[in-house]
Design a protein around this ligand. Structure first.
Ligand code: 5GP
Length: 225
């Protein structure tokens, strides 16, 4: 089935205030769709219980992180809640080579840097449906104490107004609906002329076909008349 012109998937950035559920959305996309790959970030934060090195994050020392920064190995980086986080450039390169969507689960500062450095990236701001949702998610996961929850909620107050700078806003009122919205965005993006691998080539192809069809029609009419 022809679904559109051949195109190259671009990185998909999901940014949101802490507790909005963007990581759940990112992992669900990767589990369900073979052409989505999670971009594993490097961080100086300590692993939480159940987190796996190399899967959830590359857990590195501050020294190693600073080395990566100096070498230009990170396409963006930011300090978030007192820890350093960054996206290894190689994640984007590898996904590009394989024709996959790299999903970047990063903060708003990182998203801004990606917009500058990787203009073809699609930026989605995951929006919380209410403060109660944020509060519930942050307290239920039990990984932060109440002071930290409060700090993250107050940070969210400021981050919300950044949503307007993104390409899309997806409200995460329901996981299934949010996933469907992201899929719709990805689908629509794939139909933009600027994303086609060889738009002039496609135009030439259809033009040649038109010429052939017109010539055939002329032959038919000559033969018939
Ligand atoms: P957490 O410590 O809760 O896993 O993540 C804290 C925040 O850092 C989240 O908003 C998360 O999306 C963000 N984050 C994770 N990886 C990166 C990254 O590579 N770069 C940036 N800028 N932020 C990140």
């Amino acid at each position: 089935m022809i679904t559109g012109l051949p195109f190259r998937p671009s990185p998909l950035v999901l940014a949101a205030p802490s507790g909005t559920g963007k990581t759940t959305i990112a992992h669900a996309l990767v589990e369900r769709f073979h052409n989505f790959v999670f971009s594993v970030s490097a961080t100086t934060r300590r692993a939480r219980e159940g987190e796996r090195d190399g899967v959830d994050y590359d857990f590195v020392s501050r020294e190693t992180f600073e080395g990566m920064m100096a070498e230009g190995a990170l396409v963006e980086w930011a300090e978030v809640h007192g820890n350093l986080y960054g996206t290894p450039r190689v994640n984007l390169e590898r996904a590009g080579e394989r024709g996959e969507y790299a999903i970047l689960d990063i903060d708003v500062q990182g998203a801004r840097q990606i917009k500058e450095r990787v203009p073809e990236a699609v930026l989605i701001f995951v929006f919380p449906p209410s403060a109660e949702h944020l509060w519930a998610r942050l307290t239920q996961r039990g990984t932060e104490d109440l002071d930290e929850v409060r700090r993250r909620l107050l940070a969210a107050r400021g981050e919300l107004e950044d949503a307007v700078q993104f390409d899309y806003i997806v409200v995460n009122d329901d996981l299934e609906r949010a996933i469907a919205r992201v899929r719709t965005i990805v689908e629509a993006e794939s139909h933009k002329p600027g994303r086609a691998l060889d738009f002039p080539g496609e135009v030439d192809r259809i033009r040649s076909e038109i010429d052939r069809v017109v010539a055939r029609d002329r032959v038919h009419r000559t033969a018939g008349g």
